[in-house]
Design a binder for this molecule. Structure first.
Ligand code: TRP
Length: 461
């Protein structure tokens, strides 16, 4: 078989993994989920999950991947046998399903970028009805999400170094510059400080069970954890790299970007007198009105930069999601990279069609099922199952796998390569303690509570 490929070094890996982490989850989802769940209060719970559970789980995933040099199925199977292999399969399936709707939302971002550049977006009168019309217009969605998938496929086809790493090394720094520029601009607007206050100062009375789960789900999604995405990227990392410090760099970058996205959006929202708890439409409804108020020249410039940023963030994540099933098909079924990419990209695009039609275009998909006392669309259902529920479950299963099957001494031996002071250090003790006790308990409990709340309407916390 042709070589599996590898990252060129530490910077290449960190850029690619940070590119996977930083995505729509940070810029589209994080601010609206924080806005709906009380701003600053949410932020504190989020930071807790990111560093206490997220970072150690990330270290575990990368170590599993690097140790086995395999896709998630191969990795679990090699170390744990057939039954554990199923956990890997589950992760690969969930990643595939996440990409089906992720690509649809990426298509919206791309379409909004084009509308902004053409000057048509800023001429609209009511952005809420425009957004509803836009997402139910199949011709736009079909075209833009198809182009997005083709670009993703093209990059993944070019392989690890040239495709995945090369793209991340260009897009990630550009994204950071745009984000900082827009945040600085937003902070200079009158009224911006109210947004900063909402975002930074926690109101602890807002913390309840659903804020705690929402923050956990968001943390896992944002760090790309729980489905073996980092097992896959970890399988391309050399034994010379320090896994713990690389994971810390990825985690910090991801948190900074999510934090700055809030810093960019809330001051703008408050400065323009809009509601921070708008929901999923926050960046598609609230922001265009704000760009419009800036006037045609500045508004087009800032708006186009913003939607470009959103597309870049999405692209490095769609790349990482596609690489998961591609690595599986190459390792386990000996497909060439090209064939694996073409087959998976086609299947994923087709499976995304019902999600694309979930916004009023087709009634069956728009009101697909009903739970939590509400009617839910096909896309809501897919999001709830494959991201809200599956990610913490995947993290739970991985920590149990490391604790009971692979064993922490093997984890330590793997991490020690590239980090000679690890064995016996306090960091090792903390990671092992979290892996064996904290993560299984906390994630197992959260999984049960989330399922009860979502599908059975039982709220215990
Ligand atoms: N982390 C990405 C975001 O924040 C989404 C993502 C990319 C992801 N790869 C993943 C989520 C793997 C779970 C698993 O938008």
């Amino acid at each position: 078989m042709a070589s599996r490929g590898s990252f060129s070094g530490r910077i290449g890996f960190v850029a690619a993994a940070a590119g996977s982490a930083v995505g729509l989850g940070n810029i589209w989802q994080f601010p609206y989920v924080a806005g709906v769940n009380g701003g600053g209060a949410f932020l504190i719970v989020y930071v807790f999950w990111i560093f206490v559970i997220g970072l150690p789980i990330m270290v575990g995933e990368i170590a599993l991947g690097r140790h086995t040099k395999m896709n998630p199925y191969g990795a679990y199977r090699a170390l744990g046998g057939k039954a554990w292999g199923l956990v890997g399969i589950l992760g690969i399936l969930c990643a595939t399903m996440i990409l089906t709707f992720y690509n649809v939302v990426s298509g919206w971002a791309f379409g909004y970028f084009v509308e902004t550049v053409k000057g048509t977006l800023l001429e609209k009168e009511n952005y809420s009805s425009f957004f509803q019309g836009y997402v139910s217009d199949i011709s736009n969605n079909f075209f833009f999400s198809l182009v997005f998938m083709v670009i993703t496929a093209f990059i993944v086809m070019r392989g690890i170094k040239k495709g995945i790493e090369g793209t991340a090394k260009i897009l990630m720094p550009t994204l950071l510059v745009i984000l900082i520029l827009i945040s600085i601009y937003g902070l200079t607007l009158p009224g911006a400080m109210e947004g900063v206050r909402f975002y930074i100062f926690p109101d602890f009375s807002q913390i309840n069970g659903s804020v705690i789960y929402a923050a956990l789900g968001q943390a896992f999604f944002s760090l790309s954890l729980g489905l073996g995405g980092l097992i896959t990227y970890g399988s391309y990392v050399s034994k010379k790299e320090n896994i713990v410090s690389s994971a810390a760099m990825v985690t910090v970058t991801d948190s900074i970007v999510a934090f700055l996205a809030g810093m960019m959006i809330f001051p703008l929202v408050f400065a323009m007198g809009q509601s921070p708890s708008e929901g999923p439409g926050l960046v598609f409804v609230a922001l265009p009105a704000i760009f419009q108020a800036m006037g045609p020249v500045l508004g087009t410039l800032v708006g186009a930069l913003f939607f470009l940023l959103l597309c870049f963030a999405a692209l490095t994540s769609t790349i990482s999601l596609l690489e998961i099933p591609v690595a599986y098909l190459r390792d386990e079924h000996k497909f060439s990279r090209k064939k694996a990419v073409i087959i998976m990209a086609t299947i994923i695009f087709l499976l995304g069609l019902p999600s694309m039609l979930s916004f009023g275009t087709v009634e069956t998909f728009t009101n697909f099922v009903s739970y939590q006392g509400q009617s839910k669309s096909f896309m809501d259902l897919i999001t709830d199952i494959f991201s809200v529920i599956a990610l913490p479950l995947g993290g739970f299963l991985m920590s149990v796998f490391i604790a009971t099957r692979w064993k922490t001494r093997n984890l330590s031996a793997e991490i020690t390569q590239g980090y000679s002071g690890y064995a016996g250090s306090i960091i090792e003790k903390i990671i092992n303690f979290i892996m064996v006790y904290v993560a299984p308990l906390a994630l197992g409990l959260m999984f049960v509570l989330t399922v009860l709340e979502k599908f059975f309407g039982i709220q215990l916390l």
